[in-house]
Write a protein that binds this ligand. Structure first.
Ligand code: PGA
Length: 255
């Protein structure tokens, strides 16, 4: 960890009806102002609820230290795209961030680096910070291609106009998402070093400010180890972000 301020982001995925989502958001916001105020002094906490809950969550956390973001956005500002949500719409609801290129979107919706780059560009144009997800599959890791794949995704997904502070990268090995498996600390360190080096090649010294999160089965029990790795600047958390106590424990474990 460095001078960069950590970001602990919760990706609720397709989970949460109104009552549960609002209870969770209220609990986290109250924690940041109370027992979690020490954590709040050193890190940012973000929740990314399903699109249906962005507006109600934004209204219950208004004026607190908790922030809200989207899980995906369309590359266009508006138009004939049934079922999609634009970055501008998320901004309008009070979002500051939007996840783009999550592996579930890349797999379920056939998103390519090009799609992800266009979505990230839309986020920047709407004054949102895109959290750009990259990560290798298990087959790619087994074939010794993890570094090459992640470099290719990084370079292919980073939008024009990106700086060290207007985008966030999330390294999420696909095989670690929702599986309870995590890479070794050495592997995480190696991947994050590579991403930082790739960022330096595109952004120059701006790369020093870039936040690179780790994601994939981050839990209270492994958070201290994962978050303590050099060049890891926080976490993108799925399953464990759905329980206030677990998400708070992860934040508390983050240096
Ligand atoms: P997980 O998901 O924490 O449940 O593994 C992480 C993610 O998909 O962002």
């Amino acid at each position: 960890m460095s001078a960069r301020r950590a970001l602990i982001a919760g990706n609720w995925k397709m989970n949460g009806l109104r009552a549960d989502g609002l209870d969770l958001a209220r609990a986290l916001a109250a924690w940041l102002d109370g027992e979690g105020s020490e954590a709040a002094a050193r890190l940012d906490m973000l929740v990314c609820p399903p699109a249906t809950l962005v507006a109600p969550v934004a209204s219950v956390i208004a004026g607190t230290r908790l922030t809200v973001g989207g899980q995906d956005c369309h590359a266009q500002e508006k138009g004939a795209h049934t079922g999609d949500v634009s970055a501008w719409m998320l901004k309008d609801l009070g979002c500051g961030h939007v996840i783009v290129g999550h592996s579930e979107r890349r797999t379920d919706h056939g998103e390519t680096d090009e799609t992800v780059r266009a979505k990230a560009a839309a986020a920047l144009a709407a004054s949102l910070v895109p959290i750009i997800c990259i990560g290798e599959t298990e087959a790619e890791r087994d074939a010794g291609q993890a570094l090459a794949v992640v470099s290719r995704q990084f370079n292919g997904s980073l939008p024009e106009g990106a700086t060290g502070t207007n985008v966030v990268i999330a390294y999420e090995p696909v095989w670690a998402i929702g599986t309870g498996r995590t890479p070794t600390t050495e592997d995480v360190a190696e991947m994050h070093q590579r991403i930082r080096a790739d960022a330096r090649a595109c952004l120059g010294d701006g790369a020093d400010a870039l936040r690179v999160l780790y994601g994939g089965s981050v839990k209270p029990g492994n958070a201290a180890e994962l978050m303590g790795i050099a060049d890891v600047d926080g976490a993108l958390v799925g399953g464990a972000s759905l329980k206030a106590a677990d998400f708070q424990a992860i934040a508390s474990a983050c240096p």
